[in-house]
Ligand binder design. Structure first.
Ligand SMILES: [Fe+2]
Ligand SMILES: [Fe+2]
Length: 187
């Protein structure tokens, strides 16, 4: 594990903040080069964060507060399916389309895109764990076993995943939005 690995990182390293320091978050949306696609992309990130928060709340509700098993199972199936499927799609578009485009415009930050790409690999491993833990809960409920123990384990996995995902999304935004503002991309 190196200091820039997702599991150890506390933010973008200084050498990758050459644009981030010039374009603070508060000024993003008011900038003339902030476009609709960027707003849409940030909204996707907000949606992933909200989905994860909802999953954690539902899972806690079932494990600790007696939320009814069928109701929980339906919501878990739906929200976990959305999170896992949409995140995979989101990462593929970034890897295949956006990252090469952005890196070409700002070669000084190439290392940042390597870092984000490594994050995606790490997150996919975490997503596999999340999928396994989700299926364990659904299987237990389906088999009319209690499922609370499995749900607690899923709750721990969700908490861990949330930390990693939040780090990734924040650093990705800090790397990418300033590049868009600096170089102006047509939609
Ligand atoms: Fe990403
Ligand atoms: Fe992203």
């Amino acid at each position: 594990v190196t200091p820039t690995d997702l599991i150890a990182r506390k933010g973008l390293p200084d050498e990758l903040r050459i644009l981030a320091d010039r374009y603070p978050r508060e000024a993003w949306r008011g900038h003339a080069n902030f476009n609709g696609l960027t707003a849409f992309w940030l909204d996707r990130h907000a949606m992933f964060r909200a989905l994860l928060e909802r999953l954690r709340a539902e899972t806690g509700g079932f494990a600790e507060q007696g939320l009814e098993a069928r109701t929980y199972a339906m919501r878990l199936h739906r929200f976990a399916g959305m999170l896992i499927g949409d995140l995979h799609g989101h990462h593929s578009i970034e890897d295949q389309h956006y990252f090469p485009l952005l890196a070409a415009r700002e070669p000084r930050l190439q290392r940042g895109f390597e870092l984000l790409d490594a994050d995606h690999h790490q997150l996919h491993e975490e997503l596999d764990r999340l999928t396994g833990d989700t299926n364990a809960v659904l299987g237990a409920i389906q088999a009319a076993l209690a499922g609370q123990e499995e749900a607690r384990r899923l709750g721990d996995t969700l908490a861990r995943f949330e930390t990693f995902l939040d780090r990734h999304l924040s650093d990705e935004e800090d790397l990418i939005v300033p590049i868009i503002l600096e170089h102006r991309f047509e939609e």
